[in-house]
Design a protein around this ligand. Structure first.
Ligand code: CO8
Length: 261
């Protein structure tokens, strides 16, 4: 389907979803969030798509936050609805069966950083800048930042970023574990993200999906419950053709093509 604020390209098992409001540095408004929810559902239901890359259109921003012009006149009820909407969309990404890679090509601020945090893996251009500037606007992070940032970088780094509202550069983001990789600005970030995605999608899709769920589970579960979850997910793999074919191919020294079932 056609989107006003997104560009969706699907090629060779990979979907690239570009946030496309460059005149407002890709700031997230309600309309855009609604379109994102539709696009994520569309990708979830497309069995040809095995991984999703999210990036920002234009050469300046990944996403410079939620739309301040839209938020300015909100009352308490409207603000809560808006926060729930953004949180809901980002949770869809986090819970998607498909791996999601953020290719952070510029400013990732406020809701933009929160979008990156909801992705499974973050790859940044060396010119990317990250931050949660909400406190300088008189609000707090509302699209999951207080929760996911804390789980990813730990409470001390999270509090410094959330309290100061200051931006950190890509090198610092790498140092604190906010991003997995930094790509020099002269290199093609999207090509590097595709390379990484290809390393993932060559593997068995059901195994990737179950791994994503199990790792997400580890973030909140105690170790015993988590290990039990891992056991039952491991066992589920043995109901798939991909497990039979993958192991047979290894023993026969052949190359396997996984079917996703
Ligand atoms: N919302 C709306 N418009 C924006 C936003 C934004 N977040 N960011 C940039 N824009 C617009 C600017 O207003 C400007 O528009 P115009 O050309 O019409 O004046 C255009 O984009 C270009 O921006 P600048 O001229 O400011 O570009 P600079 O290169 O000078 O600066 C910055 C780039 C540093 C990124 C700067 O634009 C900036 O600081 N942006 C705001 C960053 C910010 O504070 N983000 C956090 C927003 S709050 C948030 O995300 C909360 C999420 C949870 C919400 C919960 C709901 C209740």
């Amino acid at each position: 389907m056609a989107y006003q604020n997104l560009i969706l390209e699907i090629e060779d098992k990979l979907a690239v979803l570009k946030i496309n409001r460059p005149r407002a540095l890709n700031a997230l408004n309600s309309e855009l969030l609604g379109e994102m929810a539709q696009a994520i559902s569309e990708l979830e239901n497309n069995s040809d798509v095995k991984a999703i890359i999210i990036t920002g259109e234009g050469n300046k921003a990944f996403v410079a936050g939620a739309d301040i012009a839209e938020m300015k006149e909100m009352n308490e009820r409207e603000a809560e609805d808006f926060a729930r909407k953004g949180q809901g969309v980002f949770t869809m990404l986090e819970q998607s069966a498909k791996p999601v890679i953020a290719a952070v090509n510029g400013f990732a601020l406020g809701g933009g950083n929160e979008l990156a945090l909801a992705c499974d893996i973050r790859m940044a251009s060396s010119k990317a800048k990250f931050g949660q500037p909400e406190v300088g606007l008189g609000i707090i992070a509302g699209f999951g930042g207080t929760q996911r940032l804390t789980k990813i970088v730990g409470p001390a780094s999270a509090k410094e970023i959330l309290f100061t509202g200051e931006m950190i550069d890509a090198a610092e983001a790498l140092r604190i574990g906010l991003v997995n990789h930094v790509v020099p600005v002269e290199d093609d970030l999207l090509a590097k993200a595709r390379e990484l995605a290809e390393k993932v999608v060559k593997n068995a899709p059901v195994a990737i999906e179950l791994t994503k769920k199990a790792v997400n589970y580890a973030v909140t579960a105690d170790i015993d419950t988590g290990l039990e979850h891992e056991c039952s997910s491991f066992a589920k793999c043995f109901k798939t053709e991909d497990q039979k074919n993958g192991m047979a191919a290894f023993l026969n020294k052949e190359k396997v093509v996984f079917k996703g079932k």
